[in-house]
Design a protein around this ligand. Sequence first.
Ligand code: PEP
Ligand code: MG
Length: 592
Amino acid sequence: MEANEPNRSGIVMRGIGVSPGVAIGPVMLIQAETVSVFERPIADGAVADEIARFEEALIETRHQIREIQGALREQTHSHDASIFDAHLMVLDDRTFIDEIISGVRERKRNIEFVVQEGTEKYAGVLAAVNDDYLRERVADVRDVGKRILQNLMGSAVAKRIQIDRPHLIVAHDLSPSETACLVGEQILGFAIDLGSPTSHTAVMARALSIPAVVGLRNISVSVVTGDHILIDGNKGVLILNPTDEQLQTYDELAEARRNIEVGLQRLRTEPAITCDGHSIVLSANVEGENEIPFVQESGAQGVGLLRSEFMHLSQNRMLDEEEQTRIYRNMADALAPHPLIIRTLDIGGDKCFFNMQPFKEDNPFLGLRSIRLSLRYPDYFRQQLRAILRASVVGNIRVMYPMISGVGELDEADAYLAEAKRELEAEGVAYDRSLQRGIMVEVPSAALVAPILAAQVDFFSIGTNDLIQYTLAVDRGNERVAYLYEPTHPAVLQLIRMTVDAAHAHGIWAGVCGEMAADPLMTPLLLGFGVDELSVNPRAVPLIKDAVRALAYHDTQALAQDALGGLSVKEIRSRSRQLIESVAPELSDWLS
Ligand code: PEP
Ligand code: MG
């Protein structure tokens, strides 16, 4: 493939933007590393040498992991480096080491072969154990095993890759240690075939403030080293060999975006109120404690969605009750008097621990994910509810259950909450007795029975990311059907309206925390349906506040009414665009 064939210029690909910003530069393609090991008999006299080689490889591997961990700590100033503590523990595990040493002695086979077999055997045993923590160690064992093999075989990939010029990294997938080998000032961005916002590349890219787009499906076979790419981590867009025109457009866009964003900082302390006096709450979506300063800078009125699973996913281990309590307290304290809405674990679908689910599902988005997983395996759920309750004496904490599909699940979840309260009472531990609890409305069935659910909870938060995929039968992460993923589909809008109306009829509030809330094109519609709260990523807060303040509530109500009166998807979009552009033309570049 020639890098600069004319037909390979200016090709636009879409993935998932997981770390914001624009990066442009040459590609460094990281090929998937496979280690080929052959079985070879060895003489009795060679056994000691093979064991000595193994011991040297262990020392070398430990040294490399410590080096990576140290570098990562320095560069990120965050806890992401602790992922490698688990790797170091594998290296110190006598069961693993003794198994390999006795394997060489007894079977008289080359050390590479025994290490590979021993790694798989050990991983297999852990995968079968009925203990979630141990099962989560399988990926660590495999990663460490591969690194030991690379050291035994003198492979260069185990070492830190020196990148002497600025590059964008393109790969099919990257393991934690591969990603960490690559961190450095010369990395401009990541573009990855696989992955979701929970992948390690995504976690590390965010920690390093490096733009990243994942879920690009086949970028690693579409580029060659020498190609140039442009990635937009906000929009999840990649342009292969951008044309001069595209580059210039992007340059101008980036500059214009920056200027407008800087200008909107003046709204930080202003309320989110329409020009005719209708107020809403504008809050922020976060994944962890480290984002609280951004929430405060953005002027958001608290956190409308803490995706609590990310605190565990980013460390690839489950935090215990104490750790969770501490984090929730710190966050609530920093945000007070504004609320901290903690969504209970939402694992499964696209958010998986390496081995958290003890089964593989063909259709994980319709499978045992989210609240279903919590109710089936309630240990973590119980622990989290206790942590939330214990922390609730500080600030303004609220709890929210994800993916509730009907009253049965809500009742079951509530039973665990009641049990946790009883336990704490028996232990004499204080908690907020008026703790508010709400649900995410992200399954169409919940919207359809919203009047019944509204009678039982304190608030609704509409998760449009999932609501759209389930209503329209469009996988939210599948590029092939992305053209059908349409927030302005009248069926989606109808469900939003029903949910908000049901909430208001029962005197509770309804917010929107899906990505739709962060798109200023949707602000007129959501306001018009009477949504009380919009929860968006901190960076989008000033943009949405600008949109709200520029609009008149009565215009948005008229638009919302028309939208459900038979307009097509295109007409709804264009009417909403006209309205927002007429009052806030500065937001044009942020409209979807
Ligand atoms: C949603 O589904 O809209 C939502 C906010 O939850 P998540 O994106 O974490 O599934
Ligand atoms: Mg969701």
